[in-house]
Design a protein around this ligand. Structure first.
Ligand code: NDP
Length: 459
């Protein structure tokens, strides 16, 4: 938060027995909910979406106050959550199957999708309303029952969302919230025999452990994890546009987005002008109270995250990277939230692709620049990463933009747009260390939240 003394509320921390009770309630509700009919499900999701949208200013205020992203960003996130529920209110009416001829005469074959059962959803703090929404909405739309374990840093946002879902008319037990530490609540959920699937968003380390546990017990699993997203800037780019989108996706939301661009890969000729213009743009980013007018960047989410961000500043310096902007904790420049963990937007130049600052996710307002000679080298460097979530290119060349869209090893590719900032009705996800399992969101969400049945009938 912007002000560490600001008490938002007091929320219960559950234990393993609460996970047991929640899973039992979800399992008991599943037979009726999974066969309840799509109109009832659609109506409930539409009602949830309508209330979220109607209250987006108030919920955005809560989110900004609790998590620390700026008020416009927070209201935008809440709006997105509302739209997601609306989208899946329609999507559950559009579920279809196939009828295909059998290779054996006189037999009919039908392929349908069915709900998978009780799903456990484990979510991070950086999008405390939108990420739960994009897991809960498809889970419910396709007839599953849910136990949500939100991040421990953001119980207020999770509680507000659960309250809206609770009043939507869905039967008791269909949706359950258990708050508390990941090591207790998350692990109990992952290890529960009656949970059929786990959808997780968070760090790579936790995600890999969850995947191993799910595979061992035969659970379906979906992971969205970190990124080290590249933003290429070619000599032929529109300089002002390239600077703006690099600043937006590098530093806005305090760099705490899995789609933030933290590696700026810039070709030789435009390099000096780009660095100068980006430094000038960064100097205009106002760091301050998340709720104050004029704030561009709120505080870092927690002391632990600030310590991680600052430790990477030291790591980069020790590796020989040159600090070109920021690099330290700063005072709050706007509003009254004086005590938060504010950090200056930070830029390193003269970095090499193999440095830790270019290989490991910082998850803060820190970007580094890698100088390359041409598009081919830029493409190779952009793909030289253990991650593959989002990748951007700034260019006026159709040839290079087209080639990049095909050859970037990322799940999402942006041409002359920031790497962060995506639509809610199309698939979201990445490759390599960034994601595992089916995509989230849009029509593709049904891959995870349904299971396929093939039925044969003798005519
Ligand atoms: P963590 O992985 O620490 O936590 C994510 C969730 O997992 C939290 O709810 C956490 O609970 C829970 N958890 C922690 N330990 C366990 C465990 N052993 N078993 C089960 N659950 C556990 O990530 P952060 O919350 O710190 O989020 C930041 C990370 O998330 C970044 O690395 C970022 O890249 C990634 N992220 C990825 C996104 C994507 O879509 N690709 C989107 C947003 C973030 P608790 O809060 O109690 O610790």
């Amino acid at each position: 938060p912007s002000d560490l003394s600001d008490v938002i509320g007091e929320y219960a921390q559950g234990g393993a027995s609460d996970v047991q009770a929640a899973v039992s309630a979800a399992a008991a509700a599943f037979p009726a909910w999974s066969t309840s009919g799509i109109q009832a499900r659609s109506d409930a999701l539409d009602k949830i979406g309508t209330e979220i949208l109607a209250r987006k200013a108030e919920l955005g205020e809560l989110l900004a106050r609790e998590e620390g992203k700026t008020l416009p960003e927070a209201i935008g996130e809440v709006g997105r959550a509302g739209q997601i529920f609306k989208f899946f209110a329609g999507e559950c009416l559009r579920l279809s199957g196939e009828t295909v001829p059998s290779v054996r005469p006189g037999i009919a074959v039908e392929i349908t999708r069915e709900p998978i059962g009780v799903v456990g959803l484990i979510t991070p703090w950086n999008f405390p309303i939108a990420i739960p929404a994009w897991k809960i909405a498809p889970a419910l739309a396709f007839g599953n029952c849910v136990v949500l374990k939100p991040a421990d840093l953001v119980p207020g946002s999770a509680w507000a969302l659960a309250d809206i879902i609770h009043r939507s008319g869905i039967p008791a037990g269909v949706f359950n919230l258990v708050m508390g530490p990941g090591r207790v609540i998350g692990e109990a959920l992952v290890n529960h025999a009656d949970v059929a699937a786990i959808s997780f968003t968070g760090s790579v380390g936790v995600g890999r452990g969850i995947a191993a546990a799910c595979v061992a017990s035969g659970k379906k699993v979906q992971l969205e994890m970190g990124g080290k997203n590249p933003q290429i800037v070619l000599d032929d780019a529109d300089l002002a546009q390239a600077v703006e989108l690099s600043a937006q996706s590098g530093f806005y939301s305090t760099g705490q987005r899995c789609t933030a661009s933290s590696r700026l890969i810039v070709t030789d000729k435009i390099y000096p002008a780009f660095i100068e213009a980006l430094q000038e743009r960064m100097a205009r980013i106002k760091v301050g109270d998340a709720r104050a007018a004029g704030t561009d960047m709120g505080p870092v989410v927690s002391q632990a995250q600030l310590e991680q961000d600052l430790s990477y500043v030291e790591i980069a310096k020790a590796e020989g990277a040159r600090l070109a902007a920021g690099g330290a904790r700063v005072a709050c420049h706007t509003g009254s939230g004086k005590q938060g963990y504010y950090m200056a937007p930070t830029l390193f130049v003269d970095t090499e692709a193999g440095m830790r600052i270019n290989r490991e996710e910082v998850f803060g307002p820190v970007a580094s620049v890698i100088r390359v000679k041409d598009y081919e080298e830029a493409l190779a460097v952009s793909n030289d990463t253990p991650f593959g979530l989002s990748a951007g290119i700034a260019t006026t060349s159709l040839k290079h933009a087209t080639h990049f869209k095909r050859h970037s090893q990322a799940g999402m590719v942006m041409v002359n747009l920031p790497t962060a900032g995506v639509d809610y009705h199309v698939p979201f996800g990445g490759r390599k260390g960034s994601s595992y399992g089916p995509r989230e969101q849009g029509r593709y969400a049904q891959e995870f939240y349904t299971t396929v049945k093939t039925a044969y009938t003798l005519a």
